[in-house]
Design a protein around this ligand. Sequence first.
Ligand code: GLA
Length: 416
Amino acid sequence: MHQLTMSLVHRSGLRRRAPRRIHALLFALLLPSCIQRSEGAAAPTSAGSDPAATAEGSGRGASTAPPATLPEGASIAKKYQEFFTVGVAVTQKNLATPTVRDIITQHFNRLTAENAWKWGELAPSKDRYDWGEADFIANFAREHKMPMTGHALVWHRQAPGWVFARLQNGDPQAIEAVKTRLKAHIDTVIPRYADVVDNWDVVNEAISDNGEKTYRDATEGSKFYGIFGSEEYVYLAFLWAQQAYEAHKPGSSEGKLYYNDYNVVLKIDRIIPMLNAVREKGARVDGIGMQFHVRLDWPGVEMLDETMQKIIAAGYKIKISELDVNLYNDYPDGKFKAAPAVDFTPELAQTQATRYAELFALFRKHAEHITSVTLWGVSDDHTWLDHEPVGGRNNHPLLFDDQHRPKAAAAAILDF
Ligand code: GLA
């Protein structure tokens, strides 16, 4: 499925991943009904704005909410500086668009590359790295003295096809081949960005969506699990990331190595034992990234709070790594059912602002244990949620609107 997705990526202009409906259907079939997904399961997109999709009255969810007025000179990052850094996921195009760039430099003090640092983007073919967009973003961060979150060393999606080509699951030679390739990748990327990165998503999304299983296996798209026949690759990735830092500069792995996932509220009792086992085998794990692709109504603050307390009690740091607030519930009874588009009205903008405010209040409460909070995009004209799990429907999940103006949500998180 992943290769199907990647093969449909148009590299010129905006990236589009076409078969979203197929993904949605496949994932709906794979998901047990007990699991609520607050996010689409399909491959991410970095598509930019589609003027037709954002036009007023398009019937795809236009915005009728006026912009909010922020206090003179307000900066979200400055307002939160005593708590944690506030970051945003970006593309090269974001950084080259003056109105978007201005928001980034005014309101954020950390960056994540939305797609450019993923293995499949960096190394689309064997032994050839394409550093263009990845370095552009790193250089912007260096120039503006912003730390970066490295995203991501190991992920079953957006990994290059050549890593697994012609390899058989469980074949000892295949395991050795993937080990060699993965270690080489980690050894290449970590030193290159060691000066600008203060933490890496070493492994992304290794836990199953099925609450009755622990690990995401080959049936849920993990070629890593498929080849290894176990979760050993998780331990090795942490070990090699640690070793790459230590080889670069002794002591420098400290605090930098995270596991990252979505729906952590549903997975935490499997994530902590997995990471404890990695630690027991001797590799470093510093913290857990909670992606926070949340909905207006789920998960509730209490559930999120309990999950954070479990993480803290187990001795891990927390980062909020991919925050956005989805307007739609496409899993009304646990099963996928696309919700119809709605306009982003002033009332809805207010409901979303209230949700953002309660989330940031929770983050402040646990600030001592939270290393960063990162929004998964700058403004509503560029968000994966316009495309997944339902295409052609505007979602408005971020802090700035289609026209790069502050939303009620931005005002709400500044007001405390
Ligand atoms: C996952 C990944 C991100 C991004 C999002 C949305 O959460 O970790 O890199 O791709 O999906 O697309």
